[in-house]
Ligand binder design. Structure first.
Ligand SMILES: *[C@@H]1O[C@H](CO)[C@@H](O)[C@H](O)[C@H]1NC(C)=O
Length: 147
């Protein structure tokens, strides 16, 4: 979409090309960020979803750290299609309805060391279309009197 925008830039008038540049930067920065609180020793789910009715099945990946320019950084889970998933560890699971586009990542028995940024990338066909979600996982102690 951005590629089309750049193409149009060369044939549009000055005023319209400025609008186009704004649209373009809006598209390029189309990622979402949020915080999730995890409790030590509990499962924690980091949300990520896409519209399967509109897109059909798409490849996606989860990694530690913000979603980079391509793929995922420090990949912990990938899926080339709904049937084939590979996970770095059995602690990382997709417990949502993946076929409905719910690719939220659940970390079982979360620990302090699990805290940090996680990136979810959904590979939407076309240039610069990938859907990126960066989530900050903040770990906290449960009830101070537990144990
Ligand atoms: C975490 O999720 C797993 C898999 O669904 C489940 O078996 C387990 O009981 C859950 N643990 C907690 C503490 O909820």
């Amino acid at each position: 979409m951005c590629g089309l925008c750049v193409f149009l830039l060369s044939i549009l008038t000055q005023g319209k090309s400025i609008y186009c540049t704004f649209l373009c930067s809006a598209i390029l920065s189309s990622h979402t960020s949020s915080n999730v609180i995890g409790i030590i020793g509990h499962n924690v789910t980091l949300p990520c979803r896409y519209d399967t009715k509109h897109h059909g099945e798409l490849s996606f990946c989860w990694g530690r750290g913000k979603v980079p320019t391509s793929k995922c950084s420090d990949t912990i889970l990938t899926a080339a299609d709904w049937a084939e998933q590979s996970s770095q560890s059995s602690r990382y699971q997709l417990l949502g309805r993946v076929m409905d586009g719910d690719i939220s990542l659940t970390i079982l028995d979360a620990q302090w060391s699990d805290g940090g940024v996680y990136g979810c990338r959904i590979e939407v066909p076309g240039w610069f279309n990938d859907h990126k979600v960066n989530t900050q996982l903040v770990m906290e102690e449960g009830n101070a009197h537990a144990n």
